[in-house]
Ligand binder design. Structure first.
Ligand code: PAF
Length: 284
């Protein structure tokens, strides 16, 4: 596996691969790899001839009070893991190369970014779409893989790709979970032992909601309220949102259908965790 840090060298590498008629799949990441990232890389390897993993902790998507400085980093370990998962290139651009002095452009998807995580993290999705659009131009992939844990991010990126006629096929990958159900996230490393126990409230909420729907519950407001109370019962957790939304439009549901997705954001101590899942059926 090659490690490339200059955007120019990255684009030249992509041009050579494309000239050979081979396909490139990008896995954009912020590093500190866990089994979820490695699953995305393996999926990318099934979809294309060459896998590029980008590792860039994107300052533009962190709010002023968020955890940019303490975001976990482990470049040498990440390089070993990406190589073992079959990546051809680990692309690690420097912040000054991605956002040179005077950088003044923002890619914004309106609508979809204004609810859920977008409401509590203003500007977050503008940072995501701006960097992903830039990565697409630097890496020139035919395909790119994103995880379904960040389902709003996935919807926003699909919309950006459609609206800007970007020639990149977006592949989604199901959430990868720990044995007890906690969705894998680099942020899980921040959790103390006690918080790690409380973090299970997210996955257990999904299970509870699925049980209720299987037993005939159709009323979204009632189910939302029950899940809210359930999470509160863990104590010392702060609910950012419990939402029942249409999985594609992200609009709130009144009645539960096979397109209804339960979306959760909960702060456990200082760590904000998200999770989601369809309550019946499968859409992605
Ligand atoms: O999902 C992430 O890790 C980031 O939002 C992404 C897509 C790599 C953009 O910085």
């Amino acid at each position: 596996m090659e490690t490339i840090s200059s955007p120019g060298a990255m684009a030249a590498w992509a041009d050579r691969v494309r000239a050979r008629g081979e396909t490139i799949c990008l896995v954009p990441t912020m590093g500190f790899f866990h089994a979820g990232h490695l699953a995305l890389m393996r999926r990318a390897g099934e979809a294309a001839d060459a896998v590029v993993v980008s590792l860039f902790v994107n300052p533009l998507q962190f709010g002023p009070t968020e955890d940019l400085a303490r975001y976990p980093r482990a470049l040498a370990r990440d390089a070993e893991l990406a190589a073992a998962a079959g990546a051809a290139v680990l692309f690690v651009p420097a912040t000054e190369e991605v956002y040179p002095a005077g950088f003044a452009t923002t890619v914004r998807v309106s609508g979809l970014t204004e609810t859920l995580c977008g409401r509590s993290r203003p500007g977050h999705f503008d940072g995501v779409t701006t960097v992903v659009a830039k990565l697409f131009h630097m890496v020139k992939p035919h395909l790119a893989v994103f995880g379904e844990k960040d389902f709003q991010q996935l919807a926003v990126i699909r919309k950006m790709v459609a609206d800007l006629n970007l020639d990149v096929q977006i592949i989604s990958h199901p959430i990868v979970r720990e044995e007890d159900g906690l969705a894998m996230s680099s942020r899980n490393t921040y959790l103390s032992r006690e918080e790690r126990g409380k973090a299970l409230c997210l996955f257990r909420s999904l299970q509870l909601a699925r049980e209720r729907v299987a037993a005939g519950e159709k009323d979204a407001a009632r189910l939302r309220n029950e899940i809210y109370q359930y999470i509160q019962s863990y104590g010392d957790v702060s609910v950012d949102y419990v939402a029942l939304v249409d999985a594609e439009t992200l609009a709130d549901c009144d009645a539960i259908t096979d397109r209804s997705l339960l979306a959760l954001a909960v702060k456990i101590g200082r760590t904000r965790l998200i999770d989601n899942g369809l309550l019946a059926g499968s859409l992605f």
